[in-house]
Structures are given as structure tokens and as C-alpha cells.
Design a protein around this ligand. Structure first.
Ligand SMILES: Cc1ncc(COP(=O)(O)O)c(C=O)c1O
Length: 423
């Protein structure tokens, strides 16, 4: 429909919000995916997503499906959720402590809106989950970033937290297990965070969307354990651990939300440990494959093996790559040339890094990472312009060309037959 004309429209987009939401995971992924070569017959492989439920091995349980279907007849709400969450805490939560929202996204909206007051600021992790930045801008809450330190297993730079905070700081966000870094904070570090927040007089917002999705040496410790040191608001979701896509929730208008409210307690009560351990085992296996394979790709460094969630951050060494400007350019070329979609680090606050999701069928993960190494090799300085060795029909096996463990040096080609990936 044609718009009418006026001398001056009295409304326009909010520039502050447009700037704050200019970088979103969805926006950057859309940009990367826009470069996929439509005529490439290979299926597109997504390693940039945060919702694994599209893959058969990450499907939710029959219990969840039935619980939603039966929800109309059920009448138990927050009490069951309080009981479920209390299992991991040294005290008991009451139904009044639980606030149900449509996905964790809405929980973040509610909390930041409640915390926003004139001049207030909030401390957010970098890298992090960019919805916090966008939502803080919406509530006119100033954002200050503290770094997560790759050389310390992505622990919080607590000195930075102390120096950033002032009398207007209302809270800090802690995402554990980590998105995008795949780290799991040890007990002692969480305790130090709690003590620091107490000293500063600020609230801890514990984003535990990936709770219990851990497969390394650090077990998951809820921040609520330190509730006697500092006030903690925990935000969680059934979208990750139970693999129930939150879009299922968000497409329903608020008036229908009670249906899901009734389903959640039953889903939590009935879903057995077998289901959780199956998912964690798949993720553990995928994390191993991901870390071991990426370690061998030249020009990409993985400082820490992922121990939780479903992501890992890896660093690009651009000085060894020709004709690749930055992380976005790398991901665009990867989409165009290999039909693989990975999230550029800039979308989560770290330029020239990549966030790789390993929550895909483990059987195809190795092959996908191989495609990533093909791209790297095609752009490594000494090989530029050479015919691509892996395209040689005499190379019967799928061959990976790399120089193991010498990522900082110009690579010498070594052919390794990845037999498992050809079977
Ligand atoms: C760290 C983090 N917090 C919150 C959310 C939002 O969760 P939900 O999809 O349940 O709204 C996500 C989703 O990816 C996330 O990764």
C-alpha cells in the first residue's frame, strides 16, 4: 500500500536502539547466510545456531510433547519448579520465588526493565550474549563491559569489574555455562564473583540457560549457592537442557501462556536422567571432535577446550591468510565456498574470532570442520593461486592438508587420510 505524504512525520526510528541492536546474532547470521551459493548442491551446514532441536539426536522427549498436550488438565504451577530448582541449592525456594516468562529472553527483558533507573549502569561480559546490550539500550541502561580472559579459561576479569563499577552500577551478568565460550566456572571463581559483587553492592544476574550441560572437569554450580553472600537472580530456560525450542513459547500470545506454565512442572519432574545424560554424552563427544579437529587447522587457535553449553570460541590468525579481511569476511567466504555457516565473533563482542556450535550430529561434525580447513588452506599465503590439492581426483581419500601443531608458521602440506569421514 502507498504511504501518504506529509511535510514532516512526527515519528521515526529510535537511533539509540538501532545502534544498540545493529549487531545481533540473528542479523549477522542472516548476513552470512545471504552469501550461500544457491547453485551449490551440497546441503547447508549450520554451525552458527544456538538451537540444536533441528537435529534428530537433539530432539526433546515424548514426555515434553505429552506434557504440553495434557497441560490443559493439570493444575500445578510454580511449586514444582521451585522444588526442582531447590535440588541444587543449600536452601529451599518457595513458589513465590519463581517467575515464569516466555523463554529466557523475556526474563532478561523483565529484569533489565526493573533495574533501569536514570543514570544506572550494568556490567556485561565480553564476549557475551548480545541480547543484553540491545535490551539495556531499550531500557536506557548504560552498559559497561568486563572481559572474559581466554588465557584463564574465560574467567571473569574481576579487577576490571571493580574498576568499572561505581555508585550507579546496579548489577553484573554472569553466563555459566558460557555462551559463547563453552566454559564452566569453577566453584571458587563463582564464589569470588559473589564476594566482589557484595563488595560493590550490586546484584548478580546469573544466566544459567545451559545449566547442567557440562562435560568437562568442572561440574555445574548454580550461582544461587552463593545467595547468602549476594542477591542473585537466576534466569534459566527449558530451551537448552530440555531442547524445547523457545520459539514454541514465543509464538504463543501471552494469553495462551498458562498452557505451557502447566506443562513445565511435569516436563521437569518426569524427564529422566537417561535423557539428560544422553544429551550430555553427545555434546561431550561433539566437543572432543570439535576441539581435536580445530586444533589441527592452521591459522585457527582454540585457547580452551569447551566444557559446557554447545559453543567454542576460536581465534583467526589473519596475518597468515590472504584476501580475508576479518571474521565476517571469513564467514561469508565459508558460506559461499563451502556452504558452512559459522558465527563471526564480532556478533558476540570479539572481532576476528569465530563462535562454532558443535551441537550437530557428531557424525557430520568432523566433515564440516574439514570443509572449514579447506577454506583456510585455500587462503593461506603460500597456497594462494595453486590448484586446490584436495580437488585432485587422484586424491581418492578425503585429504586434510595441514601442518599439525605449527599454527603460527607458514604450513607445509601433509596429507592425512581421514578414513572415518569417508565411511
Ligand atoms: C546466554 C543466553 N541467554 C539467554 C538466551 C535466551 O534463551 P531463550 O531461547 O530461552 O529465550 C540464550 C539463547 O540462546 C542464551 O544463549
Amino acid at each position: 500500500m502507498e504511504n501518504g505524504t506529509a511535510e514532516r512525520w512526527g515519528f521515526r526510528g529510535n537511533e539509540v536502539l538501532s545502534t544498540a541492536s545493529a549487531i545481533t546474532i540473528r542479523g549477522v547470521l542472516n548476513e552470512v547466510m545471504g552469501n550461500i551459493n544457491e547453485s551449490d548442491p551440497r546441503p547447508v551446514i549450520p554451525l552458527g545456531h544456538g538451537d540444536p532441536s533441528a537435529f534428530p539426536c537433539f530432539r526433546t522427549t515424548q514426555i515434553a510433547d505429552d506434557a504440553v498436550a495434557d497441560a490443559l488438565r493439570s493444575a500445578k504451577f510454580n511449586g514444582a519448579i521451585a522444588d526442582y530448582l531447590s535440588k541444587d541449592l543449600p536452601y529451599k525456594l518457595s513458589p513465590g520465588d519463581i517467575y515464569l516468562t516466555i523463554g529466557c529472553t523475556q526474563a532478561i527483558e523483565v529484569i533489565l526493565t526493573a533495574l533501569a533507573r536514570p543514570k544506572a549502569n550494568i556490567l556485561l561480559p565480553r564476549p557475551g550474549f548480545p541480547f543484553y546490550e540491545a535490551r539495556a539500550a531499550y531500557s536506557r541502561l548504560e552498559v559497561r563491559h568486563f572481559d572474559l580472559l581466554p588465557e584463564k579459561g574465560w574467567e571473569v576479569d574481576l579487577d576490571a569489574v571493580v574498576s568499572l563499577a561505581d555508585e550507579n552500577t546496579v548489577g553484573m551478568v554472569v553466563i555459566n555455562p558460557g555462551n559463547p565460550c563453552g566454559n564452566v566456572f569453577p566453584y571458587q571463581h563463582l564464589k569470588k564473583i559473589a564476594e566482589t559483587a557484595k563488595k560493590l553492592g550490586i546484584l548478580v544476574i546469573a544466566d544459567e540457560v545451559y545449566d547442567h550441560l557440562t562435560f568437562g572437569s568442572n561440574p555445574f554450580v548454580p550461582m544461587g549457592v552463593f545467595g547468602s553472600i549476594v542477591p542473585v537472580v537466576t534466569v534459566g530456560s527449558i530451551s537448552k537442557r530440555l531442547l524445547i525450542a523457545s520459539r514454541v513459547f514465543s509464538i504463543f500470545p501471552l494469553t495462551r501462556q498458562p498452557l505451557f506454565r502447566r506443562a513445565v512442572p511435569r516436563i521437569l519432574e518426569k524427564t529422566g536422567e537417561v535423557f539428560f545424560s544422553k544429551i550430555v554424552n553427545i555434546l561431550r563427544e561433539a566437543a572432543d571432535v570439535c576441539y581435536d579437529t580445530i586444533k589441527e587447522i592452521p591459522c585457527i587457535t582454540c585457547p580452551n577446550k569447551p566444557e559446557g553449553s554447545m559453543f567454542v570460541m576460536v581465534k583467526l590468525n589473519l596475518s597468515l591468510l590472504e584476501d580475508i579481511k576479518d571474521d565476517i569476511d571469513f564467514c561469508v567466504k565459508l558460506a559461499k565456498e563451502e556452504s558452512v555457516v559459522v558465527l563471526p565473533g564480532v556478533a558476540v563482542g570479539l572481532k576476528n574470532w569465530l563462535r562454532v556450535t558443535f551441537a550437530i550430529e557428531p557424525s557430520s561434525l568432523e566433515e564440516v570442520l574439514l570443509l572449514m580447513s579447506f577454506l583456510v588452506l585455500a587462503y593461506i599465503n603460500p597456497y594462494r593461486g595453486d590448484p586446490q590439492p584436495w580437488a585432485d581426483p587422484d586424491c581418492a581419500d578425503v585429504a586434510l592438508y595441514f601442518l599439525p601443531c605449527m599454527h603460527e608458521l607458514p604450513p607445509q602440506p601433509v596429507v592425512v587420510s581421514l578414513e572415518s569421514s569417508t565411511q
